[in-house]
Design a protein around this ligand. Structure first.
Ligand code: AKG
Ligand code: FE2
Length: 521
């Protein structure tokens, strides 16, 4: 796995907004660190509980083997004082009693006092118990797991056995945990997913010695999926983007598998609008499908560029052309490990959950921080981008601050345009600086699996490669939005994903934008 992000301990307690625990590898790392202490605490607690149980049992046994055993000839209901006197005649019974009072009780009371539940709870509170993940974090984590299933057409049985495509691991989920995700799917109207999760739970229960759920719970849940689906079907059938079966489940003996239903949607909605068509191509690309024609592909190439600036005569840029028109390029090895470490370290304390989604904006699940050039004096990345892209980048008017994003499992961005005017024609930033004319996105690490950046309408996608950047223009030369530049981020399956993004604005780059990126060929 990737090395943990720096300064995980410095993750702040955020008063204004709940910390994005499930959304960011940084916060997950912080939790994993806390859990090392929690594990030790609870492990010790079980040892203490066992000690106390043994002490209590030893006391009972000693009393039963001496006093009770030696005084059985008195009737059950005889006078307690008479019984007590009887117990003190025998020297060894008497001795054992004195021993119990002076030794075993002391021991017992000592253990009770020093390892009480209250003290454990206090220690957990000291670790930050009240700020730990809650319902919302769990819902976000469940969404992330279900998103991986949906986007990558995961076989739930394989997935929950810990096998992710080409990667096999030895950790999966229990039948009860799989069942919880099935229930969550139904509650959130992901009916087709619910079926996959239920049948996986049904299968898993057979292979478990002990399961916290039963076959009858699963049977009831199947009934609930069908009933809930059929109840909501009429109401929602007209909603284009709602993932729903074609027809009522009660009447169809064979529900359409999620995979076929997606392909159906893909072909049906292809021409409706860029966002919807883009979504289904996006899913295919996350799975590695490239839609570029052989004619387009034949123009693609890699080269070492020495001409952009004298600096590059001795440090040539390794450029790969991913699409000629509109231009999309990936440039390798543009940022050193020490710059990467500086960016992660500086961003970590201010990583926050994204703002609530406004109408028309794409859902995104990552934690974000914004760095000004002054925040990172030893990492002059704006200057470097100026040299590479030949654009004005430095200064408040020329670009946005550098955006750092930290994704965790299932972390994604739905298809969108980086142009601010695309979602909000009255955006004040557009009025002031002009729209975002270009995007320069740097991958700060390799991702074990998943996390591609697809451009559905170009038919190609970018793979995260540590230290490489992808560059494109969001605006046409006349300044209007280039609607071909729809893109998104595929969910991370395994690993962490960190990116740094610089958006350059139009007004300061009016005269800078080269006529054609191709001229450097
Ligand atoms: O993470 C990626 O690959 C793309 C992110 C993106 O498009 C964005 O944040 O606007
Ligand atoms: Fe974007």
């Amino acid at each position: 796995l990737t090395t943990p992000p720096p300064n995980a301990e410095t993750v702040p307690k955020i008063e204004s907004a709940p910390p994005p625990y499930s959304l960011s590898s940084t916060y997950l790392t912080y939790l994993a660190k806390i859990e090392q202490a929690v594990y030790k605490e609870i492990k010790q607690y079980t040892i203490d509980l066992q000690d106390r149980l043994h002490l209590a049992e030893a006391y009972l046994k000693d009393y039963e083997d001496s006093t009770l055993k030696g005084t059985t000839h008195l009737p059950e209901n005889s006078d307690p004082w008479q019984k007590a006197a009887e117990a003190t005649i025998h020297p060894l019974i008497a001795y054992r009693m004195v021993r119990r009072f002076s030794k075993e009780f002391q021991n017992f009371v000592f253990h009770m006092e020093h390892h009480s539940e209250n003290k454990m709870v206090q220690r957990l509170k000291d670790e930050g118990l009240q700020n730990w993940p809650g319902e919302m974090d769990l819902a976000e984590a469940m969404d992330a797991i279900l998103r991986l299933h949906y986007v990558y057409d995961m076989n739930v049985e394989e997935f929950t056995n810990g096998n992710f495509g080409s990667i096999a691991t030895n950790v999966g989920l229990t039948a009860a945990q799989v069942f919880e995700l099935a229930e969550y799917s139904v509650n959130n109207e992901y009916y087709s997913q619910a079926f996959d999760w239920l049948s996986a739970a049904e299968f898993k229960i057979k292979n478990e010695n002990y399961s916290a759920i039963s076959d009858s719970q699963i049977a009831n849940e199947y009934k609930r999926v069908i009933e809930t689906h059929d109840r909501d079907y009429e109401k929602n059938a007209n909603l284009q983007n709602l993932f729903i079966f074609d027809g009522k489940l009660k009447e169809s003996s064979n529900p359409i598998p999620i995979r076929d239903a997606k392909i159906d949607y893909f072909t049906r909605n292809l021409d409706d609008n860029a966002m919807i068509a883009g979504h289904y191509k996006f899913l295919a690309m996350c799975n590695g499908v490239n839609f570029q024609t052989s004619k387009v592909k034949s123009k693609l190439k890699c080269w070492l560029d020495t001409k952009r600036h004298p600096y590059f005569a001795i440090n040539p840029l390794k450029i790969e052309l991913l699409q000629v028109e509109p231009p999309l390029i990936q440039i390798y090895d543009i940022i050193s490990d020490s710059w990467i470490a500086d960016l992660k370290k500086t961003a970590t304390p201010s990583l926050r959950r994204p703002p609530p989604i406004v109408a028309g904006a794409a859902p995104r699940t990552a934690a974000y921080a914004w760095l000004s050039d002054e925040d990172i004096p030893n990492t002059p990345i704006s200057r470097k981008i100026e040299l590479i892209a030949d654009l004005n980048v430095r200064g408040m008017a020329a670009s946005d601050k550098l955006q750092i994003a930290s994704y965790s499992f299932g972390g994604h961005v739905a298809t969108h345009f980086d142009s601010l005017g695309a979602t909000d024609p009255n955006n004040p930033v557009v009025a002031e600086k002009g729209d975002r004319v270009s995007t320069f996105l740097v991958y700060l690490n390799d991702v074990e699996q998943g996390g591609f950046t697809p451009f559905p309408l170009l038919g190609t996608f970018v793979k995260p490669v540590k230290g490489s950047a992808v560059f494109w223009y969001n605006a046409l030369k006349n300044g209007t939005i280039d609607s071909r530049m729809l893109h998104g981020a595929c969910p991370v399956i395994m690993g962490h994903k960190w990116i740094a993004t610089k958006w350059t604005h139009l007004n300061e780059n009016m005269w800078k934008r080269p006529c054609d990126l191709d001229s450097s060929l």
